[in-house]
Design a protein around this ligand. Structure first.
Ligand code: GNR
Ligand code: NI
Length: 172
């Protein structure tokens, strides 16, 4: 297993649409394992492959509150097959947008169809925090960050600050 470096915005790889996984093979299973290890270490409750520079439709999540109740979810080619009419607002953060937070409105509940680590088709009904996170991760697969759901004023302010932080890190 390996800890992978997490890309931060602005980065063109975070804006690209990820490609569908043709087959869930050992390469994809290793990617899922490395992504989970990277996510736990960060720490975070979700991670999408584009965040580690891999343009494929793979996401991992774990909304368990403690190390004891770990419940890792590994998904390839996730698709929303149903979303509730009712919305929910959650203050989101992102490992690729460090130290910035903002309220995002999304459907409160979703049904998601995906392939698991064995390539088997599965479906989950997510609500609460998991519904927020799975939609946040699926956005990453289409090159969308939570800041794209904020006003352009807030988004541009955050992007300017992130760019400044990058410039300062490069100058070191
Ligand atoms: O760790 C994370 N926490 C979080 C909190 C609220 C809404 C979404 C998230 S996902 C984030 C990890 C991440 O950036 N995944 O892409
Ligand atoms: Ni994110």
């Amino acid at each position: 297993m390996a800890i992978l470096p997490i890309l931060t915005a602005p980065d063109p790889r975070l804006k690209a649409k990820a490609a569908r996984v043709a087959t869930v093979d050992d390469r994809i299973r290793t990617l899922m394992a490395d992504m989970l290890e990277t996510m736990y270490k960060a720490p975070g409750i979700g991670l999408a492959a584009p965040q580690v520079g891999v343009g494929e439709r793979v996401i991992v999540m774990d909304t368990g509150k403690t190390e004891e109740d770990r419940n890792p979810l590994r998904m390839a080619n996730p698709e929303i097959v149903w979303a509730s009419d009712e919305d929910n607002t959650y203050e989101e953060g992102c490992l690729s947008v460090p130290e910035h937070y903002g309220n995002v409105v999304r459907p409160k509940e979703v049904k998601v169809r995906y392939l698991d680590q064995d390539g088997a088709a599965r479906e989950i009904h997510a609500d609460g925090l998991l519904a927020t996170v799975v939609q946040h991760e699926m956005d990453h697969l289409d090159g969308i960050l939570f800041i794209d759901h904020l006003s352009s004023l807030k988004r541009n302010m955050i992007l300017r600050k992130l760019l400044k932080t990058k410039r300062e890190a490069e100058a070191e």
